[in-house]
Design a protein around this ligand. Structure first.
Ligand code: ADP
Ligand code: ASP
Ligand code: MG
Length: 482
């Protein structure tokens, strides 16, 4: 049995869903379980509706509803026979009525709690999965809709709930195994789950990848396939750098590090269940049924380059904390870390000198009272709109001159480095730059480290590109995807 997850762009239209059906057909013999995201942009639209409703603007919130409904109904109509469409349309109509009522309720109370937000966002995946299941059946792939809220069980941390492994395993097996036994294809929405007491929760934005891995882990799948809009995990985000190319093999650790530091192609927690059960994960292109994509496994052979990939994570705040005079150094560090702990602050990078400490945190996760508390013992500055750039590779450990190559390249790009972290993780070098300087820095680094895959690592070390990304030998850094 395998798990196949299709992201938002892979189910964005009737044509895309037909492609999904063909891809699923190609895996029919492997007993697929299909996990789908909401149609592209639907979750963003639900967020926008929620914000309008919470501000009391019921009209504004409801204004967006007819287009959303029309999009789902139009796709369903073009995919289903009239008889089945009539049945599914009335189901979808009911769901939209419920959504409308909910938005009116939110605007009446002027409040959207994390719990209500999860309820609201669950509509995206409920809607898509409810009509994709019968579509697969119509196309000759007997499918059965599964309510993810009945088989993915989480704690109550709304908006980024954590799965409860034992409960999920038991429920997922009880619900899904009988469907597989009847040779049907279970089709379920990703991202959505429920707490033990049945309240809808979500796994955090981009969480459908995680659902696929959770289900794969719970049912001991042979592999987990993440079908998306690019040809696998790439050497960097192709939107940032058009020269990015597909990585054929990558290790769990490297891929997890990339996902954590901003490679949106995988939700950061996706690899946890796969690592635990040693299940290979593939990232594949849903626009290319023959896609070879990327294979992610416990170990991956070394590539030709020094690094496996470069990633960037925006929306970072850089906090500098300088001890007030008179505070003992060890007390200073203890006090800062205690404050971080008290506020459950998840910091990404930390750098310490004798009386000062800098750390980064996602701006949207900055606890409200944290800075005020730190100001009691230290001078604190906080700079927003920063980004972490991270170069990942298992081969970098113990190699000479790598940091020098990285930072001289960033300097050549005219980019100022605000903070550096190397060594805490043996497989990455991370540093902080201004968000606006990310594209420049990443393009230079990519040209420097991925410009020529055939060249040896020693050569790469010696040939710095000029401002146009050209090496000393005059060759430009572009290489074809193999
Ligand atoms: P889906 O809707 O299929 O879940 P996402 O938009 O969440 O797709 O993720 C795919 C996107 O991730 C790509 O379009 C690409 O722009 C972005 N991305 C960021 N970093 C990488 C990377 N290293 N490799 C591939 N894609 C990346
Ligand atoms: N639909 C959700 C989101 O946009 C989950 C996902 O697509 O993975 O965040
Ligand atoms: Mg995604």
């Amino acid at each position: 049995m395998i798990v196949m997850k299709f992201g938002g762009t892979s189910v964005e239209s009737a044509t895309a869903i037909q492609r999904v059906a063909e891809i699923v057909r190609s895996r029919r013999k492997q007993d697929p379980i299909v996990v789908v995201s909401a149609m592209a942009k639907v979750t963003d639209q639900l967020v926008a509706m929620g914000q309008k409703a919470a501000s009391g603007d019921a009209e504004g919130a409801l204004e967006l509803l007819p287009a959303l409904k029309e999009r789902h109904l139009a796709a369903a109509k073009s995919l289903l026979s009239p008889k089945v469409f009539t049945k599914i349309a009335s189901k979808l109509e009911k769901t939209f009525l419920q959504l409308g009522e909910f938005l009116r309720g939110v605007s009446a109370v002027h409040e959207l709690s994390p719990r209500s937000s999860d309820f609201l966002l669950s509509f995206g995946e409920l809607l898509s999965s409810q009509f994709i299941a019968p579509t697969l059946t119509e196309l000759g792939l007997e499918a059965q809709w599964v309510d993810s809220r009945e088989c993915v069980i989480t704690d109550g941390s709304h908006t980024c709930a954590r799965p409860q492994a034992a409960e999920t395993r038991q429920r997922a097996q009880a619900v899904i195994k009988p469907i597989l036994a009847k040779h049907r294809i279970p089709v379920m929405g990703g991202f959505i789950a429920s707490s033990v007491d049945g309240v809808p929760t979500t796994l955090g934005r981009g969480g459908s990848d995680y659902t696929a891995a959770i289900i794969g882990g719970a049912l001991n799948a042979e592999c987990i396939e993440i079908w998306t809009d690019v040809e696998g995990m790439m050497t960097t985000d192709p939107r940032l750098c058009p020269d990015a190319r597909t990585i054929r093999r990558i290790s769990f650790n490297e891929a997890a590090e990339l996902a954590y530091f901003g490679a949106k192609v995988l939700h950061p927690a996706t690899l946890l269940p796969a690592i635990e059960k040693d299940i290979p994960v593939y990232v594949l292109n849903s626009r290319n049924i023959k896609s070879k994509g990327t294979r992610i496994t416990a170990h991956a052979p070394s590539g030709n380059e020094m690094f496996r990939a470069i990633t960037a994570k925006n929306g970072i705040s850089l906090v500098n904390v300088v001890a007030s005079r008179g505070l003992m150094v060890h007390n200073f560090l203890r006090t800062v870390f205690e404050a971080l702990d008290q506020h459950s602050a998840t910091v990404d990078l930390v750098a310490i000198s004798e009386v000062s400490l800098s750390f980064t945190i996602e701006s949207k996760r900055m606890p409200e009272e944290l800075l005020a508390q730190l100001e009691k013992i230290a001078d604190v500055t906080c700079e927003n709109q920063q980004a972490i750039i991270c170069l990942v590779g298992e081969d970098i450990h113990g190699r000479h001159g790598i940091a020098a190559s990285v930072f001289s390249t960033v300097a050549d790009a005219g980019v100022n480095v605000r903070m550096i972290s190397q060594g805490a993780s043996e497989i990455n070098i991370s540093f902080v730059v201004k968000e606006s300087e990310v594209p420049q820095a990443v393009r230079h680094l990519h040209a420097r480290f991925f410009g020529e895959p055939e060249s040896s690592k020693a050569e790469v070390k010696l040939t710095l590109p000029d401002a146009n990304g050209r090496r000393a030998n005059g060759k430009k850094g572009r290489v074809a995807v193999n």
